[in-house]
Design a protein around this ligand. Sequence first.
Ligand code: ATR
Length: 282
Amino acid sequence: MTVTGHTTRAGVMGWPVAHSRSPRLHGYWLALHGIDGAYLPLAVAPDDLADALGALPERGFAGVNLTVPHKEAALASLDTLSETARRIGAVNTVTVGTDGTLAGDNTDAFGFIENIRAGAPTWSAAAGPAVMIGAGGAARAVAVALIDAGVPELRVVNRTRARAETLVAELGGPLAAVDWADRHGALDGATLLVNTTTLGMTGAPPLELDLGALGPGAVVNDIVYAPLETPLLTVARRAGHVAVDGLGMLLHQARPGFAAWFGVEPEVTAELRAFVLDEPGG
Ligand code: ATR
């Protein structure tokens, strides 16, 4: 790849950022479509975020993705926010306008629902209750996605009940907080279960959850993708449920940013999945 003065620039701001798979993901699409573009890992310390965002127009950037720990902090440094970003309270995609203004959006909800639709094509939001484990940052995007998809009921189970109650109060809709101790029974008749906690991630303990009360053929999704096959997904698959891993959420959330910056609607394919996974330490 040769970067010239005409090359369209984008990237991901994080701290640290070396582990991010986004440069590999966007780099795949750039090469596939023969675009004169570059997508760079941008290590930005928390104190430098506002300055780094403010410098994007003069540095010739079309936009950036934001990852940990910048998603919430960036809200204050942008000129406009999409309704979705406002509801989720976090930004993961910034686009530089022709007038140099910065527009913030959140495509995690889109990525989540596209991943469910791709992994479980027969799932219908309206068909039954959904259960979400966790009430952190990632949970807000999942909850917004499920409200907008039209779930009749969303049960929010969190170890710290107060956090679940805050999420329920802020987002409104068909949400209800459930005690952590009641999580097994909360699955009664549910057609979708989503784990948004860090439980099940490499190095973390598994999520202790009895899936017995889940409806037959329910969809079980873990938004974690390291490992790809979490203990929860293994148990779900064995019980005959439809298991959907978390990698697709990462891949699909990247689509709107790529389209806005580089002018091509990219596709998520099996080859892309394999390419993104095949990165030692990535
Ligand atoms: P993220 O932005 O990735 O969602 P977060 O905001 O730190 O990260 O949220 C982490 C989620 O995992 C929370 O729902 C957290 O529960 P608490 O609100 O009670 O902290 C949940 N979590 C993390 N470790 C947990 C554990 N050992 N048992 C149960 N829930 C856990």
